[in-house]
Design a protein around this ligand. Structure first.
Ligand code: PGA
Length: 264
């Protein structure tokens, strides 16, 4: 069965102890869910990563970093290299989150270098794309997504597409002041993403999961996951307590299975 992808980015929240306790609690609460049905992942802060890898099994919860420099080493003060992250045996590198694009000057071409480097070092690249509110209001959502994807995946080796996940996270939907995208709008943008990937990579792109993120919570998670083109959820605030996160998982997984089985 095609797996449900569901995960959370802890952003600049939770210290080492809080991260470890969250992960252990989440692993315990979700131990009854077969991982053949669900890929569960958590992306903690750098300082908590080493303890995180020691506290849970990555067969149960995959772990990732929130960013990475593209070079293996060099005079890049304050940056973290792929080799350093490899030492921790992580699975995922998140690239191009809208907070990094908007607040920290990340460009599509910089994102591309990180995606290629993550792939070259054997990580799964979780490429985040999404339009700003201004772009949406100007009718530029589709063009923005296509540009971010085409540049973000420039020269990406097609035989390694199983190491790419996409998160559609409209910037206007993220965070405490965000307004969640309607399920219909999110589905339409997921279709644009899938069409763009297909135009670029052909049928090989069919396996790339496209996750929705931006103010996902218990209340809206069901209506999002039943949408045809949504393959998973990338959640922020609403997933930062293990009990609340597990409630979302327990609610959406049966809906996901029904959707997938109906397609077969
Ligand atoms: P949010 O964060 O769910 O708190 O809006 C989503 C994200 O930034 O990935």
């Amino acid at each position: 069965m095609k797996k449900l992808f569901i995960g959370t980015n802890l952003k600049m929240f939770k210290n080492i102890e809080q991260t470890v306790s969250f992960l252990r609690d989440l692993q315990e609460r979700t131990k009854g869910v077969p991982r053949s049905e669900m890929c569960l992942f958590v992306i903690p802060s750098y300082t908590a990563l080493e303890s995180a890898t020691k506290s849970v099994s990555q067969d149960s919860i995959k772990l990732g970093a929130q960013n990475m420099h593209w070079e293996s080493q060099g005079p890049f003060t304050g940056e973290i290299s792929p080799l350093m992250l490899k030492e921790l045996h992580l699975d995922i590198i998140e690239v191009g989150h809208s907070e990094r694009r908007q607040l920290l000057g990340e460009t599509d071409y910089g994102v591309n270098k990180k995606v290629l480097s993550a792939c070259a070092h054997g990580f799964t690249a979780l490429l985040c794309v999404g339009e700003t509110g201004e772009q949406k209001d100007a009718g530029l959502s589709e063009e923005t997504l296509a540009t971010q994807l085409k540049i973000g995946l420039l020269k990406f080796p097609p035989d390694q597409l199983d190491k790419v996940w996409i998160a559609y996270e409209p910037a206007w939907a993220i965070g405490a002041t965000g307004i969640p995208a309607s399920p219909e709008y999110a589905n339409a943008m997921h279709k644009v993403i899938k069409q763009t990937l297909k135009k670029t990579f052909g049928d090989r792109a069919d396996t790339i999961p496209v996750l929705y993120g931006g103010s996902v919570n218990y209340e809206n998670s069901s209506s999002l996951i039943v949408q045809e083109a949504i393959d998973g959820l990338f959640i922020g605030r609403a997933a930062w307590e293990a009990e609340a996160f597990t409630k979302i998982i327990d609610q959406v997984l049966p809906l996901w299975k029904t959707k997938i089985l109906a397609k077969v």
